[in-house]
Design a protein around this ligand. Structure first.
Ligand code: PLP
Length: 361
């Protein structure tokens, strides 16, 4: 499903950091922050230890805390919601639109009416396809919501010329090993607001601006210079790696012709970076077995909605009805689309998908 490639330049930069003796809190993290800010098109970036810690820092920096209601999607990796829960805030789940699996602006409108006290919206660009930000922001602005983007799957995704990470008050990215670009583990908070960046930086560094003077509650959620050395090269290669994902998706769009398999679409004017190429099929579990038997990997993103996860039986949340998200979760399968696939592998994936017989014959 993923095959991270570390270039010669990245190895060289890591070796340089090792030789320098400056493994953490050094100049390479700052260099990566500047380069990432320039790429996304936002003025401030704070690198962190993971996407999860970037989400926590973004929420804290937007003053979200105990008891605050945060509207979010039921269809995402669990960290989207657990970052909210970890701060004592309460996720309120808003159903998604059928086409993209992203938050449905109409459902958001209804959720805002039911929960006028909600303080923020944490929106995810699922699989690398941007959420409907024009419609979502119009609802959020009218409701006075703070908007935070979870861009863990959306490095380089865009609506028109505007990249994911530039739509809200703050955004969180992940550089985990399977994402569109990686530092092994790592994350970033992105924001246009200097005070938000400053509060995020305090939170990930023990609340200290000056050494051993702790102004506010913080933790150690920093990125190392070793990670940043990898990230700089990955960022340089991101446009090429995303173009390869898009070319692989176009190959699947053109060659998958099994009527039992629904292919993902892209909204006009949107840039989809295909963190996942996720199809929908009835009899999903048999489909996965069939692919595996053909020597093709597959993964389910995600088998349960977040409010259906066992942890949210006991954790505080508002589990509004999410029939669309639940329907999608029963049918989704992601097939390999990563940048390192070969033409032979693409052909094998297509042959496996096209040879699936839905009725079991
Ligand atoms: C990967 C991911 C995260 C968490 O990032 P980590 O770096 O693994 O902590 C959060 N949200 C989404 C949507 C993700 O895909």
């Amino acid at each position: 499903m993923a095959r991270p490639v570390i270039s010669a330049e990245e190895r060289r930069r890591v070796a340089e950091v090792l030789r320098s003796g400056r493994l953490a809190a050094g100049p390479v993290v700052a260099e990566f922050e500047e380069a990432f800010a320039a790429y996304i098109g936002a003025p401030h970036v704070v690198m962190t230890s993971s996407g999860t810690s970037a989400l926590q820092a973004a929420l804290v920096a937007c003053a979200i805390g105990r008891g605050d209601k945060v509207l979010t999607t039921p269809l995402s990796f669990v960290a989207t919601a657990t970052a909210i829960t970890s701060l004592g805030a309460v996720p309120v789940f808003v159903d998604v639109e059928p086409a993209t699996g992203n938050i449905d602006p109409q459902a958001l409108e209804e959720a805002v009416a039911e929960h006028p006290d909600a303080r923020a919206l944490l929106v995810v660009h699922l699989y690398g396809h941007p959420a409907d930000m024009p419609a979502i922001l119009s609802v959020a602005d009218r409701a006075g919501l703070i908007v935070i983007e979870d861009c863990a799957q959306a490095h380089g995704a865009a609506i028109g010329e505007k990249r994911a990470g530039c739509f809200g008050h703050a955004a969180a990215f992940s550089f985990y090993a399977t994402k569109n670009m990686t530092t092994g583990e790592g994350g970033a908070v992105v924001t246009a607001e200097p005070e938000v960046a400053e509060r995020a930086r305090l939170f990930i560094n023990h609340g200290q601006r000056e050494r051993y003077l702790h102004e506010s509650l913080g933790l150690n959620l920093r990125m190392t210079d070793l990670q940043a050395a990898i990230g700089l090269g990955q960022l340089r290669r991101l446009p090429r790696m995303n173009a390869r994902r898009q070319a692989h998706a176009a190959y699947f769009d053109g060659h998958i012709d099994n009527p039992a398999v629904e292919k993902p679409g892209v909204r006009a004017g949107y840039v989809h970076v295909y963190h996942q190429y996720t199809v929908r099929v009835d009899g999903r579990d048999r489909f996965v077995k069939h692919l595996n038997a053909c020597g093709v990997a597959a993964a389910v993103h995600y088998p349960l909605t977040i409010p259906e996860q066992p942890c949210y039986r006991s954790l505080p949340c508002v589990a509004r009805p999410c029939p669309v998200a639940e329907g999608i979760a029963r049918r989704v399968v992601s097939i390999p689309v990563h940048a390192a696939l070969t033409l032979g592998e693409l052909r094998r994936v297509v042959a496996a998908v096209n040879s699936f017989a839905p009725d079991g014959r």
